[in-house]
Design a protein around this ligand. Sequence first.
Ligand SMILES: Cc1cc2nc3c(=O)[nH]c(=O)nc-3n(C[C@H](O)[C@H](O)[C@H](O)COP(=O)(O)OP(=O)(O)OC[C@H]3O[C@@H](n4cnc5c(N)ncnc54)[C@H](O)[C@@H]3O)c2cc1C
Length: 434
Amino acid sequence: MAWDFETDPEYQAKLDWAADFVRDEVEPLDFAVDGLDIHNPLWQELVLPLQEKVKAQGLWATHLGPELGGPGHGQVKLALLNEILGRGGLGPIVFGCAAPDTGNMEILAHYGTPEQKEKWMNPLLAGKILSAYAMTEPQGGADPTALQTTAVVDGEDWVINGEKWFISNAAEADFLIMFVVTDPDNPPHKRASMLIVPTDTPGLETVRNIGMRLRGNRDASESYLRLTNARVPRANLLGDRGQAFAIAQTRLGGGRVHHAMRTLGNVSRAFDMLCERAISRTTKGELLADKQMIQSMISESWIEMEQFRLLVLRTAWRIDRYQDYKRVRGDIAAVKVAMPKVLNNIASRALQIHGSLGVTTEMPFIDMIVSSYTMGLADGPTEVHKVTLAKKILRDYEPSDDLFPTRHIPKLREKAHARYADVFARHGIDAPVY
Ligand SMILES: Cc1cc2nc3c(=O)[nH]c(=O)nc-3n(C[C@H](O)[C@H](O)[C@H](O)COP(=O)(O)OP(=O)(O)OC[C@H]3O[C@@H](n4cnc5c(N)ncnc54)[C@H](O)[C@@H]3O)c2cc1C
């Protein structure tokens, strides 16, 4: 198996441009623009011109293939770019590759009718509207078979009733892609369908917006929604009836790995700050960097970060190679499990080494640590992904009825003795027993 994560000189030049652009023009935006209100005049003045610069560089929406207006660079190149974007909050928005829009674009591209693509996907791709993805409900998230929001056909409409919980960006979105139970008598994985629900649909209300303990996060970036006899046209069915589980997998596979790519940017930012502090701050007459316990933190952090980077890049490489998310499901689960742990570990060490300054709102570490917890929940909890991975791994093993697996050892010894008998004879020694 040959992998090569080095990129070609032309793309490297683009990455260099992106790194400077994110540092100089995108990172300051976090302190100038609050929220995602794309219709706000401040947003129009500050963000749109930056998006135009990205488009001129050919780096807009690079997660998409050429058939959808993206450059089709593939996942490895996307990983290299996403690591840069992960360092600043609005980077993915400025580069047209922010969740949840990216996943929604992908499923519209995959399953949308020409009319749905024209009405919802094209303006989403152009950055003119925003979307959200509504699956989780108050009584169940990790287990999608427990979801209860229903949609029934009435004349030319679907009539939707139920509640959706923790829906990112719903407050700013123009439409939702919603997971609804349409065929309750079908087997568990064929009961639900996806509907496109415009956010101005009568009967769709916001119960409340929910905030998270993240600095710079608007008070309420996630929404609790209620639908009471909300009607959308039958033509808003996305994909086939009963296909919601398959569609969700298409969407979430890419989303999880893209999130991990960006997290790498956050991890490397924490690592850089940790190292800089270690060689800048003195205690008892010497640098922190000279203390062995601090050296241990640095080494452990570097190893964890590079292991994670390789896992992310290898997964990206496998997606490019096989073009099949099902085949890389285990790899994506592994990345998803590793991501919160690596961020939590390295951000915690960076916080510790910064002393009192580390816990303040002037530093990003508390934010990173809180993010590590949200990462272990959003797109499915860590435990569920561990189950997926373990099942996938064990599929390649055969059970044995031999209760003493040490049997492998004598067999290997016999093999070695048979193979090297003449060597032992030449040296006049008995075959060794180890
Ligand atoms: C920041 C953030 C953004 C989100 N955005 C969206 C969004 O845009 N749209 C959307 O639909 N949802 C969204 N969610 C919801 C997310 O998908 C759910 O939180 C997730 O699926 C878990 O569901 P739950 O919160 O109901 O937890 P539960 O399903 O109640 O699970 C609680 C805990 O139980 C444990 N657990 C659950 N299942 C198992 C198992 N099989 N084995 C062992 N342990 C288990 C895990 O520790 C888990 O964390 C978001 C969540 C977060 C944190």
